[in-house]
Design a binder for this molecule. Sequence first.
Ligand SMILES: [Zn+2]
Length: 64
Amino acid sequence: MALPKRRHSRARVGNRRCRYRARTLALANCPQCGATVLAHNACRKCGYYQQEKVDHTVKEEQKT
Ligand SMILES: [Zn+2]
C-alpha cells in the first residue's frame, strides 16, 4: 500500500481544510411562483427554470 513520503505541514493541511467550511446557500426567488429556490436550480414548487417547465414530475401550480 502506498504511503506518503513526508508528513504535510500544518499550513498545508489548513489550506486544504479551508475548503471544507459550510457556506451560505445561494438563494433566489422563483419568478414563476415566488418561492425561495436554490439559485441555478429548477424550482421545487412549480418545476420551472428560466420561464420553462423543466420538471414535469411537479404538479401544475395553483393560480393565485
Ligand atoms: Zn416556482
